[in-house]
Design a binder for this molecule. Structure first.
Ligand code: SF4
Ligand code: SF4
Ligand code: SF4
Length: 543
């Protein structure tokens, strides 16, 4: 049986809006490009600021109100008036689910019923567990907030992969330089490639070591559309649940002309949110995504959306009944999850992972974890491509949060971009002068590898690149005797901890490309009074 498709002007309008918002989201992601020294526009964070789940959860976890999220009041008001139209018309991840769901349509049973199922209550329990978790100071939006998931996946996985594909193709064509006679294909492909590179891609191609895990999770949640369309939105999404609660007593309600209804159930067959409870009859406003498929599909014209003051609803819409037992179990789940996520010594502040170099301005670890949603915006704007998502360095609690990997990219002395864009102030927006004084960690020489120590050769690469005006790396002359018995004058480098900011450029430029002979660890980071192995201001340091 061929599938029933709804193609009315209202549905076309909704689809157009969905695609436009998705395109806008992509454009905003692409616009977040590394521009060292430039002030970044505030609208780069605007999508996150429209999301009411982020301030609720991070606010509870960090005990802080973030005024930037006042914009999310717009979403709240629209939801109270119109229902979950954010999910049906606006949410970019919702649109991706819609598109993927359509791709999978041919494999699902024809005329699969889209009626409400008790399992849809699960997302409300996910939300309850998330809120309890936040009360214990643990914020875990990393795998649950739709905007965070999509932004991070685009930034860390999809866009770098696209850039890699374009670069490799352009390089292959350039090297082959095919053509006919004197005419070359590159005369066409090179200008196209240069335009695409300059408009869409970052100059220094970014690549992220853990992108496979980020992509894997994204493929998993979009793959759930194979089971049922918009599976994520119906059963899991806590933002959908929060908006569902706001739509508890809607002003815009679906009305049925029972005389016209012939029980054909076209409304149920086409419902994106599975808000219908049976042919024509029941409708749960908390689950309705406002896609308008039902009213458009009703051949009898029996379904309409009408404005009604909530206290005057003639026909009370069906409620979603959350059980007390279910809520208690969700709360218990939140408590257990808090214990598990905060069980690592790192999360308790008992140890400090040497590789966990947080961006400049990052709050102390507990506060940072309470705020950072792992959205990836800071990673996108870092001009050196130095910020990368963690895997286990920060514990499960800090999954996919940013860390500096100096081997790949250092913290530019003249840059404070990550603090400018962080939507939750997990990285504080520091003026450049203040940022320059922040210590991310401390550099230390590996004297078993460093050329002047281990191989009797002079090398000044790290000292030359150290950006601190007074140089954190300095030399001490020594005389060493080689195996031939000939004494040689050498300059051996040392790190002055009073000046080192842990920016990592020395590690980045060290001639050893496998394991650099100078490495930065989190020791001495400004964020933690307990992670300071070297006391004092540095005057009188023995070298
Ligand atoms: S620190 Fe980075 S990943 Fe975390 S919320 Fe801020 S911008 Fe997003
Ligand atoms: S880590 Fe350093 S270089 Fe990268 S964005 Fe932040 S301030 Fe700029
Ligand atoms: S990390 Fe290296 S380059 Fe940066 S301040 Fe310290 S010694 Fe200098």
């Amino acid at each position: 049986m061929s599938r029933f498709r709804v193609r009315t002007p209202t549905v076309r309008l909704r689809r157009t809006v969905q695609l436009l918002v998705l395109a806008l989201f992509l454009a905003v992601v692409l616009a977040a490009r590394p521009q060292p020294g430039q002030r970044l526009p505030v609208w780069l964070e605007s999508f996150f600021h429209l999301d009411p789940l982020i301030p609720v959860v991070t606010g509870l976890a960090a005990h802080a109100v973030q005024w930037a999220f006042l914009l999310s009041v717009v979403t709240v008001v629209v939801t109270v008036l119109l229902g979950r139209v954010f999910c049906g018309w606006f949410c970019p991840l919702g649109t991706v689910h819609t598109l993927v769901g359509r791709l999978f349509e041919r494999w699902r049973p024809a005329r699969q019923r889209e009626h409400w199922h008790r399992g849809q209550l699960a997302k409300y329990y996910v939300l309850a567990a998330l809120l309890v978790l936040a009360l214990f100071g643990v914020q875990w939006l990393v795998l649950l907030d739709p905007l965070v998931i999509l932004y991070r996946t685009l930034t860390v996985a999809l866009w770098p992969a696209a850039q890699g594909g374009v670069e490799s193709t352009a390089t292959a064509i350039y090297q082959a330089d095919p053509g006919v006679g004197t005419w070359r294909v590159t005369s066409v492909t090179e200008p196209v490639y240069r335009t695409v590179r300059d408009l869409l891609f970052v100059k220094q191609q970014q690549s992220f070591p853990n992108s496979g895990f980020v992509l894997g999770f994204f493929l998993f949640i979009t793959g759930l559309n194979f089971v049922q369309r918009r599976f994520w939105c119906r059963y899991i999404c806590p933002l959908g649940a929060l908006l569902g609660l706001l739509a508890w007593r809607p002003w815009l309600v679906r009305k049925l002309d029972t005389g016209a209804c012939n029980q054909c159930d076209l409304c149920g067959l086409t419902c994106h949110g599975a808000a219908s409870t049976g042919p024509g009859t029941g409708w749960k406003p908390q689950e309705c995504l406002g896609c308008l498929n039902c009213t458009s599909a009703c051949a009898a014209g029996g379904l309409k959306f009408r404005w009604e003051l909530p206290w005057r609803h003639g026909l009370a819409p069906e409620r979603v009944n959350l059980s007390r037992r279910g809520m208690l179990e969700a709360a218990a789940g939140g408590v257990v999850a808090a214990m598990v996520l905060r069980a690592s010594p790192q999360a308790r502040g008992a140890t400090f992972h040497p590789l966990l170099l947080r961006p400049p301005g990052a709050a102390d670890e507990a506060d940072f974890l309470a705020r950072c949603t792992a959205c990836g915006l800071c990673m996108k704007v870092c001009p050196t491509g130095g910020l990368h998502p963690t895997l286990f360095e920060a514990g499960l609690d800090g999954l996919f949060t940013p860390r500096l990997v100096p081997r790949i990219g250092y913290c530019d002395y003249e840059c404070n971009a990550c603090g400018q864009v962080c939507p939750t102030a997990a990285i504080r927006p520091l003026p450049l002068a203040e940022k320059k004084a922040v210590r991310l960690g401390l550099a230390a020489f590996d004297v078993g590898r460093c050329l002047p120590y281990a191989y009797g050769r002079n090398c000044m690469v790290c000292e030359e690149h150290c950006p601190v005006p007074d140089k954190a790396i300095y030399f001490a002359p020594v005389t060493v005797t080689g195996r031939d018995g000939v004494p040689t004058e050498l300059l051996r480098p040392h790190v002055d901890p009073a000046h080192c900011t842990g920016c990592g450029i020395c590690e980045n430029v060290c001639p050893f490309k496998d394991q650099p002979a100078i490495r930065v660890t989190s020791a001495n980071e400004s964020r933690h009074a307990a992670n300071q192995p070297i006391l004092g201001s540095g005057s009188g340091y023995p070298f």
